[in-house]
Ligand binder design. Structure first.
Ligand code: GAL
Length: 442
C-alpha cells in the first residue's frame, strides 16, 4: 500500500514539475527535475514487468493522423508476425506524448518503448540512466555499417553505446501544393516562399485560402525555419542554431526573414490557431487551400486520401539550394528491472531496422528509411526527390532541435509563435528576444 501511495505522490509531483518545466523557469526546474528523477527512480520498477509477458510491449507515440496510423500499423503488424502483442498508446501531440513517457518513467510504470524525435529530447533520460542500452543488438547486427546518414548514429550513440533506434528521416523542407487550386487561380506553382507571396493575392481573389497552417508553436516554428533556411541557406542557419553566432544573427538578413514570415500571415485563415497539422493538410488535399508548408509526413495524408504525387498534388522544396532536413523519429526503451522486458526491447529495436519493415513503414509514413539497402521501388515522385537528396551530404540540413535542448527550441518557438499571432510585436522586439534565447545557454 505504501509503495502505491509513494508512487501516486511521485506521479503528482512529476506531472506538476513537467508542466512547470515546460512553461516557467525552465533552467532551474530542469535541474530540480533531474534530481527528482535520480532520487525516486529505485521505486519505479514495480509493475512495469507486467509488460514482460509473452512479448507484450506497450508503445507510446504521437502518430494519430490517418497517414501516421497507417505507418505505425506496419510496426505493429511486424511485431505481431513475430508472435508479439502490441499495446498501442497513441497520444495527440509530440510534447504531450513525450511528457507522458517521462511521467510514466518517474511514476514507476514505464512503457516498453516510446517515440522521440531525432533531437536532444531524450538526452536527460540517457544521462540519468533511465534508458536501456541497445548496444547488444546494435553490435550484433552491425548497425554502424548500415545506418544512413551517419549523423543518425551520433543522435543515438552515447559513450559508445546505442540508446535509441532511428526509424526514419523526415524533412520539414517542403511546400505541399494542390495542383487544381493553382490552375483555377491561374497562377504558376512557386519555387520559393517569395514566389508564393507574389501569387497568393490572386489565389485569395479566386476564393481559396492560400496557405493552410496549424497554429501551434511547433508548426509555426517549423514554418519559420523553412522560410529562414530556404532564404538564408543551411550554412547560415548552422551559424545560428549550432554556433549561436550573434554576429551572423545580426547581419540584417534575419529581419528580412521575420518580415517575410509576417507577410505570410496575410494568407492564413482565422481558423489556424490550435489547428492540428493534419487538419491543415486536409485543407490542401480537399482543395480548400492552395498550399501547406509542412514536413513530408504530410505525404502520408495525401496517400491515405488516394491522391497521386505530381498529378493531384505537387511537392516543392523551396529555395535555390535544395535541402533535406534531418528530422525524423527514434524509439527509446526505458530501463526495466525485469530481464524479460530487456529481451523484448532488443527484439523490437531489431524489428524496427529490418529492411522489409523499413520499406513498409516509410512508404506509409512519407519518410525516408534510415538505411540505403531498402527496397524503395514503391516510392512515389516526392519520396524519390528526398531519396536522391539524402545521398548528397551537402544537401543534408541538421535542425534546431538536433543541436539544442528542448528548453532552447521551445523558448525559440514561443517567440516565433507570439510574433506570428501579435501584429504589435515588432521585428526589432522579436530580434531582441530571439537574441536573448540565442545567448541564454539553454
Ligand atoms: C514529428 C514527427 C513526424 C510527424 C509529426 C507530426 O515530430 O517526426 O513523424 O508525425 O511530428 O505528428
Amino acid at each position: 500500500m505504501l509503495v502505491l501511495q509513494v508512487k501516486r505522490f511521485i506521479d503528482l509531483i512529476s506531472k506538476t514539475f513537467y508542466l512547470i518545466l515546460n512553461f516557467k523557469g525552465r533552467k532551474i526546474m530542469k535541474k530540480f527535475f533531474s534530481i527528482l528523477l535520480t532520487l525516486f527512480i529505485p521505486l519505479s520498477f514495480t509493475n512495469a514487468s507486467k509488460a514482460g509477458g509473452h512479448m507484450e510491449a506497450e508503445v507510446i507515440h504521437w502518430w494519430v493522423s490517418g497517414g501516421e496510423q497507417a505507418a505505425i500499423s506496419k510496426f505493429a503488424e511486424a511485431w505481431q508476425d513475430m508472435g508479439g502483442t502490441w499495446i498501442d498508446t497513441a497520444i495527440t501531440g509530440g510534447e504531450n506524448a513525450r511528457g507522458t513517457t517521462v511521467n510514466r518513467i518517474i511514476g514507476g510504470n514505464p512503457p516498453t518503448a516510446a517515440q522521440f524525435n531525432i533531437s536532444k529530447q531524450f538526452v536527460d533520460l540517457v544521462e540519468q540512466g533511465q534508458l536501456q542500452s541497445l548496444e547488444e543488438v546494435a553490435s550484433a547486427e552491425g548497425w554502424r555499417d548500415f545506418i544512413y546518414p551517419p549523423e543518425l548514429i551520433e543522435t543515438c550513440e552515447f559513450e559508445g553505446e546505442f540508446y535509441c533506434v532511428p526509424v526514419n528521416i523526415h524533412s520539414a523542407q517542403w511546400m505541399w501544393i494542390n495542383n487544381e487550386v493553382f490552375e483555377k487561380a491561374g497562377v504558376p506553382k512557386p519555387n520559393t516562399i517569395q514566389d508564393f507571396i507574389a501569387v497568393a493575392p490572386q489565389i485569395q481573389d479566386a476564393g481559396f485560402i492560400p496557405l493552410a497552417l496549424g497554429g501551434q508553436p511547433w508548426q509555426e516554428g517549423l514554418m519559420f525555419d523553412v522560410v529562414a533556411s530556404s532564404t538564408l541557406g543551411f550554412p547560415h542557419m548552422a551559424k545560428l542554431y549550432r554556433d549561436k553566432d550573434v554576429e551572423a544573427f545580426r547581419d540584417g538578413k534575419m529581419e528580412m526573414v521575420l518580415q517575410t514570415y509576417r507577410d505570410l500571415n496575410k494568407f492564413i485563415d482565422e481558423g489556424a490557431p490550435g489547428r492540428l497539422w493534419n487538419d491543415a493538410t486536409a485543407m490542401v488535399v480537399e482543395g480548400k487551400a492552395a498550399m501547406q508548408i509542412m514536413g513530408d509526413w504530410a505525404r502520408g495524408e495525401f496517400a491515405v486520401a488516394g491522391k497521386e504525387a505530381k498529378v493531384d498534388y505537387d511537392c516543392v522544396i523551396p529555395g535555390k539550394e535544395k535541402y533535406v532536413a534531418l528530422g525524423g523519429d527514434v524509439f527509446v526503451f526505458p530501463k526495466n528491472s525485469d530481464p524479460k522486458v530487456k529481451e523484448i526491447q532488443l527484439k523490437m529495436a531489431s524489428m524496427m531496422v529490418n529492411p522489409t519493415v523499413q520499406a513498409n513503414f516509410n512508404n506509409a509514413k512519407g519518410s525516408l528509411p534510415m538505411r540505403l539497402d531498402v527496397d524503395t521501388s514503391a516510392a512515389d515522385a516526392c519520396m524519390q526527390m528526398g531519396l536522391e537528396l539524402i545521398q548528397q551530404p551537402s544537401a543534408i540540413m541538421r535542425e534546431n532541435d538536433d543541436w539544442n535542448s528542448p528548453a532552447f527550441t521551445s523558448a525559440w518557438e514561443d517567440i516565433i509563435s507570439e510574433f506570428r499571432n501579435d501584429p504589435n510585436y515588432s521585428v526589432s522586439a522579436a530580434m531582441d528576444d530571439l537574441e536573448a534565447v540565442l545567448t541564454s545557454g539553454l
